[in-house]
Design a protein around this ligand. Structure first.
Ligand code: HEC
Length: 107
């Protein structure tokens, strides 16, 4: 029984690691539109006016800043406008990992 628990725990950890290590750019590209990022950050995340360019940024930077805005930890400037968006509110940690992977591979 103990052995089975060990195997299950190991499989679970391996599964989680694999998921974050292989974020999916294609899924990210679709989510970028479905979750309304495109409305403000423009096609391909190239930005416009008060909406910063997020294409080509580091994936870790994108994830951290996105999650901080979504959680209301980052409040400067127009962050609250982004936070209030229903698409933004519905993004999961897995979604943002995929979106960040997509954006970080753009120029
Ligand atoms: C309603 C408009 C709007 C939507 C929708 C939106 N954002 Fe933003 N986003 C902004 C604004 C405005 C800022 C700049 C906030 C500030 O003034 O600091 C920003 C900032 C960011 C930043 C930080 C950029 C930097 O240079 O610091 C990231 C990353 C980001 N958005 C990702 C996303 C992602 C991913 C989505 C879609 C899930 C999204 N945003 C949807 C308006 C939006």
């Amino acid at each position: 029984m103990k052995k089975l628990a060990m195997i299950l725990a190991t499989t679970l950890v391996a599964g989680l690691t694999a998921q974050s290590a292989f974020a999916d750019q294609e899924v990210g590209a679709k989510l970028f539109i479905a979750k309304q990022c495109v409305t403000c950050h423009q096609a391909g995340g190239k930005g416009s006016g008060p909406f910063p360019k997020i294409a080509g940024r580091d994936a870790a930077f994108i994830q951290e800043n996105f999650l901080n805005i979504q959680a209301g930890i980052r409040t400067k400037g127009m962050s609250s406008v982004m936070k209030a968006n229903p698409g933004v509110q519905s993004v999961t940690k897995e979604d943002i990992a995929n979106i960040a992977d997509y954006l970080s591979h753009l120029k």
